[in-house]
Design a protein around this ligand. Structure first.
Ligand SMILES: Nc1ncnc2c1ncn2[C@@H]1O[C@H](COP(=O)(O)OP(=O)(O)O)[C@@H](O)[C@H]1O
Ligand SMILES: N[C@@H](CCC(=O)OP(=O)(O)O)C(=O)O
Length: 379
């Protein structure tokens, strides 16, 4: 049901709605018509359809830039962080007012990517969000731009909204932007570009369609939306890109109308902990694996044994998250290793029966046990 765009909304109990900067801003500040329209639609879906909604809103930098009267968004990081700090306050004030009109309270959550790479903080964020939803409060999430530097950043809210979708085990991610969906080419420079209504698998050919040049106020362009779609669909969750300022777009989507581009999810759902391993942890190294091991892991859900490893990159300890790739260097997934990089170098290519002879001990048969292994590519 969830793989079909006409029926998938019938089974949605929890949705993540993301709205981008371009449609949230107008002339000299926030576009209050859009703020009011999206807030009203979210309240309608909560009250009339009983759907839980977590809202990811961009717009802090765009709103701050306009509020301060700057000609354009600053290029350097401290400037961007400062305008975001100015804009975020105004953004929340307007949401608070707009949701209040429908008797709803809102909560602000400003997150960084490194926060969610700690399992405890990841679970804390999830518990807080569940609690807010159970109270009927609408969580409004943005990146904590003021403290975010590259190493700890989600980078863009398309990625952030994908991570929240996985964190919350949501049934769908709706990405509202300033364009109807994914087109065959960048429509800004190609007037003959056509809308693609359904993407059944995100292959390289689809990734190539999307330019990474955003609109005047956005970050990442269509390219980061495709990356987000890849994450959620790999985890078994559908995503839609639609035009956020189309009248009643959310209500229309939930009543089964076809709008935008629907990204069909994988049939199998990836367990929440595996999503965390696959998408939240920063890999500390790489294992290059042979074809047999790749087939066993991808097609038969097996663990990674030393015999299938051909090379090790990086230095890491026991328990580290490590990426595994095939011979073409394509990322197949991430797993938590049972051996350090130094020991894997000694045992790679060996049968499990030979590990003890080489290391003097054999704590595990597997280098990565299947329970600690998340397949995120190569499918
Ligand atoms: N193949 C494509 N299909 C649709 N839009 C595209 C494509 N390639 C680039 N774009 C551009 O991506 C923009 C949306 O990205 P962005 O500016 O980051 O929006 P937002 O602020 O909503 O996140 C659109 O305005 C569109 O011009
Ligand atoms: N955190 C930033 C948004 C960054 C971002 O990804 O923007 P967008 O591409 O418009 O969704 C802000 O609030 O300005």
């Amino acid at each position: 049901m969830k793989t079909n765009r006409n029926t998938c909304f019938k089974v949605v109990k929890r949705a993540i709605v993301k709205v981008g900067s371009n449609i949230l801003t107008k002339d000299n500040g926030l576009n209050l018509d859009v703020v009011s329209s999206i807030s009203r639609q979210i309240c309608h879906l909560i009250d009339e359809k009983g759907i839980q909604i977590v809202f990811v809103s961009s717009g802090a930098m765009a709103a701050g830039t306009k509020k301060l009267g700057l000609p354009k968004r600053p290029d350097e990081v401290p400037g961007r962080q400062a305008v975001a700090a100015v804009g975020q306050a105004g953004l929340m004030r307007e949401y608070e007012k707009a949701f209040e009109c429908h008797g709803k309270q809102v909560a602000q959550l400003l997150l960084t990517s490194d926060g969610l790479s700690y399992r405890k903080r990841y679970l804390n964020a999830r518990n807080t969000l569940y609690t807010l939803l159970s109270w009927g409060v609408v969580p409004i999430i943005n990146e904590n731009d003021t403290v975010s530097v590259d190493e700890i950043k989600f980078g863009d809210n398309d990625n952030l909204s994908a991570m929240i979708t996985l964190l919350m085990d949501a049934d769908i991610l709706i990405n509202l932007t300033d364009i109807d969906g994914l087109y065959t080419k960048d429509p800004r420079t190609n007037p003959d570009a056509e809308l693609i209504p359904v993407v059944s698998a995100i292959r390289k050919s689809i990734e190539r369609l999307a330019s990474d040049i955003p609109g005047a106020l956005g970050t990442g362009g269509m390219s980061t939306k495709i990356k987000a779609a890849k994450k959620v669909t790999t985890a078994g969750i559908p995503m839609i890109i639609a035009k956020g300022d189309k009248p009643d777009i959310l209500i229309k989507l939930f009543s089964g109308e076809e709008h935008g581009t629907f990204f069909v999810p994988k049939k199998e759902k990836l367990a929440n902990r595996k999503c965390w391993i696959g998408f939240n942890l920063k890999p500390k190294g790489v294992l290059l694996i042979d074809k047999g091991a790749a087939r066993a892991i991808l097609n038969r859900g097996k663990s990674l044994l030393p015999s299938g490893i051909e090379a090790v990159e990086g230095d890491f300890g026991v328990g580290a998250p490590v990426e595994f790739r095939n011979g073409d260097s394509e990322i197949l997934g991430t797993g938590l290793v049972n051996y350090s990089s130094a020991d894997i170098r000694k045992i790679m290519g060996l049968q499990t029966g030979e590990i003890r002879d080489r290391l003097g001990e054999k704590p595990y048969d597997e280098v990565i046990h299947r329970d600690n292994l998340a397949v995120t590519g190569g499918m």
